[in-house]
Design a protein around this ligand. Sequence first.
Ligand SMILES: NC(=O)c1ccc[n+]([C@@H]2O[C@H](COP(=O)([O-])OP(=O)(O)OC[C@H]3O[C@@H](n4cnc5c(N)ncnc54)[C@H](OP(=O)(O)O)[C@@H]3O)[C@@H](O)[C@H]2O)c1
Length: 281
Amino acid sequence: MTPTYLLSDGTSLPAIGFGTYPLKGSEGVEAITSALGSGYELLDTAVNYENETEVGEALRRFLAASGRDRDAVRVCSKIPGRHHAYDDAIASTKDSLHRLGLDHLDLHLIHWPNPSRDLYVEAWQALIELQRQGLVRSIGVSNFTEAHLRRIIAETGVAPVVNQIELHPLFPQAAMRAVHDELGIRTEAWSPMGKRQGQYDAAPVVAAAERLGVTPGQVILRWHVELGSVPIPKSATPSRQVENLSVFDFSLTPEEVEAITALGRPDGRLFDGDPDTHEEL
Ligand SMILES: NC(=O)c1ccc[n+]([C@@H]2O[C@H](COP(=O)([O-])OP(=O)(O)OC[C@H]3O[C@@H](n4cnc5c(N)ncnc54)[C@H](OP(=O)(O)O)[C@@H]3O)[C@@H](O)[C@H]2O)c1
């Protein structure tokens, strides 16, 4: 069992999840089924990944083979930018449930705020209604800045339980993590390994891996755990899926955490748009 965090709405979230982008088709179903068999209890998908059908199929295969019940796995999806208008957000979520073959999502996020369209408050109001109807258990956001977070809270009185943001050793997001702490929001980390910029050879990562007898990838994921962020690493490699989950029986020293955080660079971000104007449809 993965340790969990208690969220502000009283539900819980596993301390690590499995990222499913860009796993698609029969190979995608295999990879996601394999991840579930390794023990992941949280799957991260989105309308824009075009793989909700595969995620649902993998979940059904896993539940049939293991005899576990639906509540053994949390499924998180995301409303795309083109579906922010209230009625579109409701319809989008119902379509996601249909593709997944589920009667509820455990967590549903607004994928990007798309501030220049200025409809993310409507999307948030739709999520509040979907939660009231029981179609979604917990509601959150992704790629929101401090201003976007404060606005949806001010206009609805409801805070998101998570904000899923880019976070990895080259982009440690200290300021946003502090905002989340103040607002009672759990940080979820996308591209937690740093994707193509993975810091597997960086000196503080290698030093901690050698001290602990673990892999550099495990050190990076344990760094997330020490920060209190929920990483959702993607791997199509079964041995890495197992390795990435095995980060709860060792810990980093505060000095090791600090040294890995110090790898952060102003140009370390993978996303190269402007968060205040970026349009992600
Ligand atoms: N909300 C958003 O806007 C947003 C944006 C981007 C991503 N996401 C979510 O975040 C998830 C993860 O992000 P990501 O896929 O971009 O990046 P990532 O998880 O940081 O990196 C994935 C890459 O790292 C490799 N890898 C995984 N574990 C490894 C290990 N232990 N050692 C060495 N290499 C390892 C994988 O290779 P193999 O597969 O070959 O093993 C893959 O190439 C996505 O799948 C998606 O669910 C969300």
